[in-house]
Design a protein around this ligand. Structure first.
Ligand code: HEC
Ligand code: HEC
Length: 425
């Protein structure tokens, strides 16, 4: 705590000096950096220290090694529509490279959907209640909480999930990749036959679907032999455990974090623009972003309330999503969601658990001025009462107070420092 307050003091001092000198002519900014005056040098030092204190690590330090053969077969499974028991949909249909490994849609569109991004909205696909999540860093060291409501979470060495005591793995990513293939509307068509034999939360039914999928992949002429060789067993002995492991290895490798401009600035004295520097000082200082967006993934992997507008019918129906409460049934968890990790966040619009926000700027504004983003007069009384209910818990959070538009722009510039591309930047 002591060192955190020291950093906040340093940042406050830096902000004060900026205010004093802000009437001076500022050097021209550019993507490649700017020529700092003395106070900027101090702000840069403060930002470097705050970022390290806030949990920034080099991407390479977070990597968990994978096996290339398993990654390669995992990629084929990820892209195969055979992964869906009756719905002709693959993981790739909702987790696309061009949308930063999400789908570019507010609410994901599952079985029956066709095309990519907006095109899917024209098709007859089943709509899911939540925004698809991107994968950056999901397989890295210490990333142990999955989905918007943390329905898969490793704590004290135990993975909690709908599998209860029969967790299929002690690796939470492996458990997480078990779920989509048995989720109704996502990869399973919601028909009467399926309803009668399968309920998505029922582990026995899930096992039936998954052993069928495993048989399918084992007898696939391309994938079967590759699985057999990657897991060193006869293809006929392949079970869903190997399928899930291969999917997890693929995600872990493909979406591992790479060095960002922030990493280069902090650890290698790389360049920074004036707007990025101002945004960084806000992120770790007065903007209070670091109180939740901390650690190597810019998320405390814990649950908080931000009164984002709600879009779509919501996990709990009638346009309501009670978030973490769905997992714990503890009333104190109503409307809490996992703090969003922020790598490549510039590429994963729309934002929030229901994808209700299209711009990064508005996603930040939602934290301190959510009413600016909704037209309360055009809402019906039910929607308004849901909004009041969500404003309550948000008011208890350490959220930033009023930030000016120009400051929000600076925060956007800072968040762009967390970009990287899979081929190294
Ligand atoms: C119909 C679209 C769709 C398909 C198909 C799909 N996903 Fe997703 N994925 C989502 C949505 C929506 C979420 C967020 C759900 C939530 O948190 O409630 C998500 C979340 C995830 C997460 C959690 C990421 C995190 O940050 O915690 C993982 C892992 C994942 N999907 C893997 C897969 C795999 C593996 C497949 C294929 C077996 C797959 N998905 C197929 C839409 C999809
Ligand atoms: C009290 C904890 C908390 C604080 C403080 C906080 N956030 Fe968040 N942030 C969250 C949570 C929780 C979400 C996801 C909420 C949801 O979807 O309902 C989120 C979502 C976001 C998103 C959307 C990302 C996405 O993928 O949908 C952005 C961008 C963001 N925060 C940036 C910021 C910035 C910048 C600040 C500082 C001005 C900040 N946050 C302060 C908790 C916090």
């Amino acid at each position: 705590m002591k060192s955190v307050s020291r950093v906040i003091l340093l940042l406050a001092a830096a902000a004060f000096l900026t205010a004093l000198t802000s009437s001076c002519d500022r050097p021209e900014t550019s993507r490649t950096g700017f020529s700092p005056v003395a106070t900027d040098t101090m702000r840069m030092a403060a930002l470097r220290q705050a970022a390290i204190q806030g949990g920034l690590r080099r991407a390479a330090a977070l990597e968990i090694p994978t096996d290339p053969e398993r990654v390669a077969v995992g990629r084929l499974i990820f892209e195969s529509r055979a992964m869906s028991i009756n719905g002709e949909i693959s993981c790739r249909d909702c987790h696309l490279d061009k949308f930063g490994s999400a789908d570019g849609l507010p609410n994901a569109i599952g079985v029956g959907g066709e095309g990519e991004g907006r095109e899917r909205m024209e098709s007859d696909g089943r709509i899911l209640p939540r925004n698809a999540l991107p994968f950056w860093g999901r397989g890295g060291k210490g990333f142990d909480t999955f989905f918007w409501d943390g329905k898969v979470q490793k704590k004290d060495d135990v993975v909690a999930s709908q599998y209860g005591e029969h967790s299929p793995s002690d690796d939470p990513l492996v458990v997480a990749v078990h779920l989509p293939s048995v989720e109704l509307r996502e990869m399973v068509e919601d028909t009467i036959e399926i309803r009668e034999t399968v309920v998505s939360e029922d582990v026995g039914a899930a096992n039936t679907i998954q052993s069928e999928l495993a048989k399918r992949f084992a007898s696939d002429t391309d994938i079967g032999p590759l699985l057999g060789s990657a897991y060193d067993r006869d293809a006929s002995k392949i079970s869903f455990a190997e399928i899930a492991d291969a999917l997890a290895q693929f995600i872990r490798h493909e979406f591992r974090l790479r060095p960002t401009r922030l990493e280069r600035f902090v650890f290698d004295r790389g360049p920074i623009t004036e707007a990025e520097l101002a945004g960084g000082v806000l992120f770790y200082g007065r903007g209070r972003c670091v109180s939740c967006h901390n650690g190597p993934y810019f998320s405390d992997l814990d649950f908080h309330a931000v009164a984002f507008p709600q879009a779509g019918f919501g996990k709990n129906g009638f346009g309501i999503d009670e978030g973490r409460y769905n997992v714990t049934l503890d009333p104190r968890d109503r409307f809490l969601f996992r703090t969003a990790p922020l790598h490549n966040v510039t590429q994963t619009a729309p934002y929030s658990h229901s994808g209700s926000i299209t711009s990064l700027k508005d996603a930040i504004i939602a934290h301190f001025d959510p009413l600016r983003l909704v037209d309360t007069n055009s809402m019906d009384v039910r929607q308004r009462s849901d909004l009041y209910a969500r404003l309550g818990p948000a008011a208890l959070e350490p959220l930033p107070t009023a930030l000016r538009d120009e400051e929000v722009d600076q925060l956007v510039a800072f968040l762009a420092m967390l970009e990287f591309s899979s081929d190294g930047n």
